[in-house]
Design a protein around this ligand. Structure first.
Ligand SMILES: [Zn+2]
Length: 199
């Protein structure tokens, strides 16, 4: 909670700027920004936008390094079905879905909750799904220096669903593999594990 409070205070000036610009957007689409339902909308929208892009001010390396532990475990660690919400940088519309992340430790493991946090840090920026996948992959690879790392993201893009081609049910899948996951056998094991339903 204290993080959110700090974050809000720190961003007062930027939020104010964004708020002014949202007023202009609302006028630009032909609405009356003084209408009762819209009076507070620029401020709310600005706060939401600052929240959704807070990843620019967060350091994923620091998050990982704060929870790395020496450990001999060297089998695959998989965190699957990590909820993901991001904004496409072309339309600033949401894309959302799931990330599946795996790594094979090389002397160090990392607190499990940190991996979803790293996903969030990169997702809460203006993104394309391809770069988001690689940002997560490279950050884990360079910081944990594991024997291997794998990232798969499946997401639906509002810019495709609400406009343009209006493909409501299409899901875009991106993936990246480093180290041992570049071997087909290891990669297949990972892909089998993320698509199986154990529960
Ligand atoms: Zn888009």
């Amino acid at each position: 909670m204290s993080f959110y409070k700090n974050f809000e205070e720190y961003n007062l000036k930027a939020t104010d700027d964004v708020k002014e610009k949202y007023s202009k957007i609302i006028e630009g689409v032909g609405e009356d920004v003084q209408r009762e339902g819209l009076v507070k909308t620029p401020e709310r929208a600005a706060k939401a936008m600052m929240f959704l892009t807070q990843g620019y001010k967060q350091d994923p390396v620091e998050i990982l390094k704060g929870a790395m532990f020496k450990e001999d475990y060297d089998d695959m660690v998989i965190i699957k079905d990590i909820e993901l919400y991001s904004l496409c940088e072309h339309h600033m519309l949401p894309f959302f879905g799931k990330a599946h992340v795996a790594y094979i430790p090389n002397g160090h493991i990392v607190g499990l909750s940190k991996i979803p946090r790293v996903v969030d840090v990169f997702a809460r920026r203006l993104q394309v799904q391809e770069r988001l996948t690689h940002d997560i992959l490279e950050c884990l690879n360079n910081t944990l220096k594991p024997k291997g790392v794998a990232v798969v993201i499946e997401a639906s893009h509002m810019c495709m669903m609400m406009r343009g081609v209006q493909k409501q049910n299409s899901v875009t899948t991106t993936s990246g593999f480093r180290g041992q996951f570049e071997k087909q056998e290891t990669r297949n094991e990972f892909l089998k594990l993320i698509s199986s339903n154990l529960s």
